[in-house]
Design a binder for this molecule. Structure first.
Ligand SMILES: Cc1cc2nc3c(=O)[nH]c(=O)nc-3n(C[C@H](O)[C@H](O)[C@H](O)COP(=O)(O)OP(=O)(O)OC[C@H]3O[C@@H](n4cnc5c(N)ncnc54)[C@H](O)[C@@H]3O)c2cc1C
Length: 502
């Protein structure tokens, strides 16, 4: 049987990660990019706990951790106080945010792609997509026309794949200019925290990142609407002092400046026929909140296991419809939150900001509040529960269908997440006497079965002694039941893994 042709347009982080996933699952891909090489712009700097968890499941987390710096939280500075929103209580093996510039993340993904024998076709541009036919301009200027079986639009905010699919990009923009300045030097603030200054003139934020670099991010006010060349080191020191009433440190070099208008948008659809949109082609976020690249990698992770099963004829094509359903839900939720936070960054009234920093200070003294906020920021709270609410038993307090499978320690010293690295469906059965031989026989290539117990798992899953959970290959709960029923479990598995999987 000839292998289907998967064309991935765009070798940014999304396209690289999706290509890596599909290659690992045994599917050759063509990955094209109109650029000559990887992007050099620092752009995304923070990798959240949830993204680190999926990098762990794909065997990539170690090089990321080795290259990055662990950030312990976000420090908010009011006029007279500092509040630290701490990540160390996150219920994850990665209770921090990893600071790493985007080019390093892309390089790691690219290097791993090459270990699987793949290469990006650089200087190759998709010039048109029409009725499933792709027109490519090759490096020598010639045209190639092809009809791939699957087309992945990972081609950024101005996606030509999206245009060819006839899909609208919906959203809004903020009027103010936003400025990012990457600076080398020794500054007076910890390289393990994000620093947000709210107490004085206008807000300003410092993001540290390796090696020994810092990004200043702020919304320019009317007197600062200047061009890139006006940002001298002296000007930056003065600007920081005006906004934070603190000295920045000794600056050596300004390495990158970016000025732009923030817009937050999402495509009306992420999937049409055999075409899928992911990453910035599907949604563009405000850089405040640092969610864009994280959400993009999670798109790729969500689709890769579903497309893998469909191509291997282990799943019906209808499972692909859940990609848009789930990711649209998650993206819209994040967009709403980051829009609100971005709105706050543009608040001109220092009185309102003063109040805000006080509220943050007071609420942060309540552990439940600070845990909830850090859980959200780290994307651990993201879930697809609302997509499955109709079929779920809402009177049971255990983690719901669509929720991220909670992290827990097993009795043998391993963690539950160690099991997830096989990227198969994990069936966690708490009923020790359950007869599961039939399930093994029927679904064994696609599932791992565990008769499971232990205090920590019981606590995390708030389950009864007879319950059962199915964890999908992307680490979300696909099915749960308070009582083990072979028939009901098999019914779910037959929906995800059709009977031709036998
Ligand atoms: C200034 C800035 C700061 C940011 N800060 C953060 C942050 O702190 N945290 C965070 O998570 N995110 C941040 N982001 C967002 C993050 O950079 C993006 O979400 C991420 O780059 C998306 O990756 P992508 O692969 O989907 O798209 P891109 O990185 O845009 O890659 C798309 C690729 O497609 C290629 N391409 C486009 N059209 C074609 C075509 N027709 N044919 C062939 N190839 C094509 C392009 O050359 C490009 O290489 C920031 C973005 C910007 C601009």
């Amino acid at each position: 049987m000839t292998k289907p042709l998967i064309l991935i347009v765009g070798a940014g982080p999304t396209g690289l990660f999706f290509a890596y996933q599909m290659l690992k699952k045994g599917h050759p891909v063509r990955l094209i990019d109109r650029k000559e090489h990887l992007s050099q712009e620092t752009k995304a700097l923070g990798i959240h706990a949830r993204t680190l968890e999926i990098l762990d499941q794909t065997g990539l987390v170690e090089p990321f951790l080795a290259a990055g710096v662990k950030g312990e939280g976000v420090a908010f500075y009011g006029k007279n106080h500092k509040t630290l929103l701490d990540f160390k209580h996150l219920p994850s093996p990665y209770p921090y945010i990893l600071f790493l510039p985007q080019p390093v993340s892309e390089q790691i993904l690219y290097d791993h792609l090459k270990t699987l024998g793949a290469e990006v076709e650089w200087k190759t541009e998709l010039t048109k997509l029409e009725n499933g036919i792709c027109y490519l301009r090759k490096p020598d200027g010639s045209e190639e026309i092809l009809q791939p079986d699957w087309i992945i639009g990972a081609d950024g905010g101005r996606s030509r794949v999206r245009e060819g699919m006839g899909v609208k990009f919906l959203g809004q923009g903020f009027a103010n200019t936003f400025v990012l300045l990457d600076i080398q030097g020794d500054i007076h603030f910890s390289p393990h925290q994000i620093h947000v200054f709210l107490g004085h003139k206008d807000p300003i934020t410092i993001f540290p990142f390796p090696p020994n670099m810092y990004r200043l991010a702020f919304a320019a006010n009317a007197s600062e609407q200047c061009d890139k060349s006006s940002y001298s080191l002296e000007f930056i020191e003065r600007l920081f002092y005006e906004r934070a009433r603190l000295k920045l440190g000794s600056l050596q070099k300004l390495t990158w400046t970016s000025m732009f208008w923030i817009r937050t948008c999402h495509a009306e659809h992420f999937h049409k026929n055999n075409c899928f949109l992911m990453g910035d082609a599907a949604h563009v976020h405000s850089p405040i909140g640092g969610q864009g690249m994280n959400m993009s990698l999670q798109d790729a992770y969500n689709l890769s296991w579903k497309l893998d099963l469909v191509i291997k004829q282990a799943s019906n094509k209808q499972i692909l419809n859940t990609y848009e359903k789930e990711r649209m839900y998650a993206i819209c939720k994040i967009l709403r939150t980051t829009e609100k936070i971005t709105g706050l960054a543009f608040i001109a009234s220092s009185w309102v900001r003063h109040l805000l920093s006080h509220l943050l200070y007071c609420f942060n003294l309540i552990p439940m509040f600070s845990k909830k906020i850090s859980y959200k920021v780290s994307q651990l709270a993201l879930n697809y529960c609302k997509c499955y609410a109709q079929s779920d038993n809402l009177f049971w307090s255990a983690p719901r269908t669509g929720a991220r499978a909670p992290y827990a320690h097993l009795e043998d010293g391993r963690s539950l997440f160690d099991l997830f690295r096989s990227q198969k469906h994990q069936i966690l059965i708490f009923e020790q006497n359950a007869d599961i031989s039939h399930l093994i026989k029927r679904f064994s290539p696609w599932i791992d079965l565990h008769l499971i117990g232990g205090k920590d798992v019981f606590k995390a899953y708030k389950n009864g002694p007879k319950s059962v959970f199915v964890i999908r290959p992307d680490g979300y709960i696909g099915y749960r039941s308070k009582v083990f029923s072979l028939e009901a479990l098999e019914h779910y598995l037959l929906w995800v893994l059709n009977s031709s999987a036998m």
